[in-house]
Ligand binder design. Structure first.
Ligand SMILES: O=C(O)CCC(=O)C(=O)O
Ligand SMILES: [Fe+2]
Length: 209
């Protein structure tokens, strides 16, 4: 794995687990029926999870057609569909905590875990909504847990308009909800600054991608 992540020295002996959601979640209501929730420092023991994921996940590179060319996807990936054994038990704990907090509003459980590895500032994800599945037609939720080097997640309305920046730090949770996947787009832009690795963990309901 390229790049070394400077572990937060005080957090190395923290137990791996999730802290309460409840009143610690801050919601921002966006236009067109979308919203964003942020819970800073949701994960304790984030150093431990980061180290484990770099070691045990069978990361793979992908190539995609872009117009008339085949290009490298600028990040490493791994997707765990429902029923697959997850690389760490804390993901099950995290999903059950998200279910307890969001089930009434979401109406179904979170079921899949997508992972992205951003090796350095050259890795990124371009503007998109998670619209491969039901997110293109229905309100849904995508919950993102971020570990490693902080990166900016940007959001902008699909029709155009100013973008909103969230700097996602080690252990932070951001949840995109309502119509966010079809009326807004999100991106993690490249950065020219020296940037260590980051792992993004996306929890989604069935049929959302
Ligand atoms: O890195 C992130 O947090 C965003 C990842 C993302 O948007 C996706 O995988 O669909
Ligand atoms: Fe996405």
């Amino acid at each position: 794995m390229t790049g070394a992540f400077q572990a937060s020295l005080l957090g190395l002996d923290e137990e791996l687990g999730v802290r309460p959601l409840g009143g610690a979640v801050r919601r921002t209501v966006l236009d067109h029926g979308a919203w964003i929730d942020v819970r800073r420092g949701w994960l304790s023991g984030a150093d431990t999870l980061f180290a484990r994921l770099t070691e045990v996940v069978p990361w793979h590179a992908e190539r995609r057609h872009m117009y008339d060319k085949v290009v490298d996807v600028p990040r490493l990936l791994k997707f765990y569909d429902e029923g697959e054994t997850l690389p760490d038990r804390v993901f099950d704990e995290a999903m059950r905590a998200l279910d307890a907090h969001y089930q009434e509003e979401l109406g179904e459980p979170f079921r899949t875990v997508g992972l992205c590895f951003y090796r350095d500032g050259r890795d990124s994800v371009a503007w998109h909504g998670d619209t491969i599945g039901r997110g293109s037609t229905e309100d849904t939720m995508v919950a993102i847990l971020s570990v490693g080097t902080p990166r900016s997640l940007l959001l902008r309305p699909r029709g155009g308009g100013p973008s909103i920046r969230h700097d996602l730090g080690h252990g932070d949770l951001l949840v995109m909800g309502g119509s966010c996947q079809r009326t807004w787009e999100h991106a993690v832009p490249k950065t020219a600054r020296p940037t260590g690795p980051r792992i993004s963990v996306q929890f989604r309901p069935r049929g959302v991608r």
